[in-house]
Ligand binder design. Structure first.
Ligand SMILES: N[C@@H](CCC(=O)N[C@@H](CS)C(=O)NCC(=O)O)C(=O)O
Length: 209
């Protein structure tokens, strides 16, 4: 049985299946692919036609799209289940994952984190207008998440679920920007959720920065 994850060290999306593998005790081979590097071989397009990361390969089965990958890992392997049995909570989990993909990734990660933290760290130029636009959108996103966070330590249920990992990687990066940390602190339930999640082994063990 061979499991290979093609991903990029600093990628929020690549970190999600790494967290899931950590939670479930799944060993895998890692292939580093920088989707932003023009030198990434043309042949990578055969694995991922949109040339993004991550991609999972398991015994000849190839899968891209992180939500699908983490569900597959959860269902194909033993270990604790990371999807709630309750149908309403499972729907909530799917909703949060969808919100993260559609509304969280771009403003919190690509606009705020990339321009305030990542680009300066690696000597690239950044754009204050992009950060300001990202922060403006982030208010709407965080308010929406705040209204969905459960009273428990985890985002939708007493047990941790795939929604927690999908969101954790993005909030981790967002909170590395001073403005991001300040904004997150204004949302009580989300802050309490992150204060708990950030200590989890799978989160600390996969931290890229
Ligand atoms: N819908 C994809 C999104 C993956 C994604 O956007 N990954 C980023 C890295 S975190 C990427 O490959 N970006 C390359 C690009 O934007 O060209 C998924 O769920 O896996």
């Amino acid at each position: 049985m061979t499991i290979t994850l093609h991903g990029y060290t600093y990628s929020v999306y690549s970190r999600i299946p790494r967290m899931v593998c950590h939670e479930k005790g799944i060993a895998f081979d890692w292939r580093e692919v920088d989707p932003f590097d023009d030198a990434t071989p043309e042949s990578y397009g055969e694995l991922h036609p949109f040339r993004r990361v991550p991609v999972l390969q398991h015994d000849g089965f190839t899968l891209y799209e992180t939500g699908a990958i983490s569900r597959y890992l959860d269902e194909a392997f033993p270990g604790p289940s990371l999807q709630p049995a309750d149908i309403g909570q499972r729907a909530r989990m799917a909703q949060i994952i969808s919100i993260v993909d559609a509304y969280v990734y771009w403003p919190l990660v690509r606009q705020v984190f990339s321009h305030r933290v990542f680009r300066p760290k690696f000597g690239d130029s950044w754009d204050e207008d992009t950060i300001a636009a990202g922060l403006e959108t982030s208010k709407v996103v965080l308010a929406a998440l705040e209204s969905l966070v459960s009273e428990h330590h985890h985002i939708i249920s007493p047990e941790v679920s795939l929604a927690d990992f999908h969101l954790a990687t993005m909030i981790d990066y967002f909170a590395m920007a001073d403005e991001g940390a300040t904004m997150l602190a204004q949302y009580e339930k989300s802050s309490a959720w992150w204060a708990n999640m950030r200590l989890r082994d799978s989160v600390t063990a996969t931290a890229p920065l």
